[in-house]
Design a protein around this ligand. Structure first.
Ligand code: ATP
Ligand code: MG
Length: 457
């Protein structure tokens, strides 16, 4: 009852009104040419077929603040079947929400039919006992579609034909003020989908703004609801956050909001590593830097970095127990992967790359004989070297080693030969008989590693 009442009170402010504010090109300045050709083609195709269609959501938001949209969403009055009938290269996907993917060349645009009301007045939603939406696939009007979105800045519709923006929720003004404001009653909207808490923090960092107090206030109390979110969904949202170019800022902000300690396993792993803190922070800062420079970032590299000190600790403890370095490393990797990957829901597709990066680390410490030459042919050498750089910069490994690899990789044949360190063959055999627990110095295990067939790929 109270919730309904509050909703009615606040709805005026968040735009329950059916008529949108129409913002002409002269005010917003986003020319139709700025949207991707594929999105333009999809909207035009639908409009020509007699439906209404708009670019919507993140792309409109990003264009308004001069960011390059990551992906384009189109919202339309056409049903999925009708959309499919308009575009030859398209397919209907999704069970929970039925969407259409329209393909043009390499690009894909996601097309969704206007969806129904947030309040579930039409009975279109199913919730779990915490209020989380389990199903919501009822078609609705454009105004309803605006209101079921999360933040006002994400509910703007752009019509490339008229170059007008339709604003049902005050998102245009909020975006100018860089304010992240939840549509509707924040408490209820977080209960419907707790992932919105992560999105609020991420989007604030993305547009360089802040989460307005009423939207921010319930987060601390509702944070535990994140535990009910399917891990795979949480992973996807955390991945977006980590690759946003503002990972460090977002993670610290999430910690300020109380979103760790069992609530977000990923955050505990990242922010609660006394041993690896320097390393993890460096990895995150580097990732942010790369993303902002428009360079590619591999999620496997990032997760390998986030979990490196766990691997290191497990590896060392096995060696201390008398295990040889290579089997010890393999067991350590398996242990960390099976524990953390499950907890964090890291998809299997990343784990073999992560292991490959870890495996390369001791091998990169080896600078004598034929082994460095063999590594030159390793397809992942560059990534392995970048990882080594992080280890050097965090003080784990002598920086001289990274410099050596840099020289070795660039060098001519003669230069390479002169860089090689004297072979430590005989020493190696002696060390074999020593308890492997002594292999503490980073250089040590490397010599043994290269002799193990399993360490060669
Ligand atoms: P980005 O693509 O930069 O990560 P985005 O806002 O575009 O951000 P998407 O996941 O692409 O995020 O979602 C597209 C749009 O769908 C959003 O702008 C928003 O309107 C709506 N949306 C996404 N997630 C939610 C959610 N959890 N609750 C309500 N609406 C959402
Ligand atoms: Mg998007």
């Amino acid at each position: 009852m109270i919730r309904r009442l509050l909703q009615r009170v606040f709805s005026g402010r968040t735009g329950k009104n059916k008529d949108p504010l129409i913002i002409p090109f002269q005010r917003h300045g986003v020319a139709a040419e700025r949207i991707s050709p594929c999105a333009g083609k999809v909207v035009a195709g639908l409009q020509e077929a007699g439906y209404s269609a708009f670019v919507v959501g993140g792309a409109v938001r990003d264009l308004l603040v001069d960011l390059e949209p990551k992906d384009y969403d189109v919202a339309t009055s056409a049903t999925p079947e009708q959309v499919k009938a308009v575009f030859r290269r398209s397919r209907i996907i999704g069970r929970r929400f039925r969407l259409v993917h329209v393909m043009c060349g390499q690009d894909t645009v996601e097309v969704s039919t206007f969806r129904g009301s947030v309040n579930g007045e039409g009975g279109g939603q199913m919730h779990d006992e915490h209020g989380r939406i389990l199903r919501d696939n009822v078609f609705g009007t454009q105004a309803e579609d605006a209101l079921r979105r999360d933040f006002t800045i994400n509910a703007l519709f752009y019509d490339p034909r008229s170059q007008e923006i339709l604003d049902y929720c005050g998102g245009f003004d909020d975006l100018r003020k860089r304010v992240i404001r939840m549509i509707g009653v924040p408490d209820q909207r977080y209960r419907e989908d707790p992932v919105r808490m992560l999105r609020a923090v991420r989007l604030a960092a993305k547009v360089g703004g802040h989460v307005e107090p009423r939207t921010r206030e319930p987060i601390r109390e509702l944070a535990p609801l994140l535990q009910n979110v399917p891990p795979a969904r949480l992973f996807e949202e955390m991945l977006k956050l980590l690759l946003s170019g503002h990972a460090t800022e977002c993670l610290l902000q999430l910690r300020n909001e109380g979103l760790h300690h069992g609530v977000l396993p990923m955050l505990d792993v990242i922010l609660e590593q006394p041993m690896g803190e320097r390393f993890v922070m460096l990895a995150l800062n580097k990732t942010d830097e790369r993303v902002r420079e428009g360079k590619g970032v591999s999620p496997a590299f990032l997760f390998a970095a986030l979990l490196w000190h766990e691997v290191l600790a497990a590896w060392r403890s096995r060696e201390a127990g008398g295990m040889r370095p290579v089997p010890a490393l393999h067991e350590a990797m398996d242990e960390v992967v099976s524990a953390q990957v499950e907890k964090l829901a890291i998809p299997r597709r990343f784990t073999s790359d992560m292991k490959e990066l870890w495996e390369l680390q001791p091998r990169l410490l080896n600078r004598s004989g034929k082994r460095p030459y063999r590594l030159l042919e390793h397809p992942r050498l560059r990534a392995g070297y970048d990882f080594l750089l992080l280890r050097c910069e965090s003080g784990e490994v002598e920086s001289e080693i990274a410099q050596w690899w840099d020289d070795f990789m660039r060098g001519s044949e003669d230069q390479r030969a002169s860089l090689l360190l004297p072979d430590s063959g005989p020493k190696r055999r002696r060390r074999r008989r020593k308890p492997a627990g002594a292999a503490e110095a980073a250089e040590e295990p490397a010599h043994d590693m290269a002799d193990e067939p399993s360490a060669e790929s």
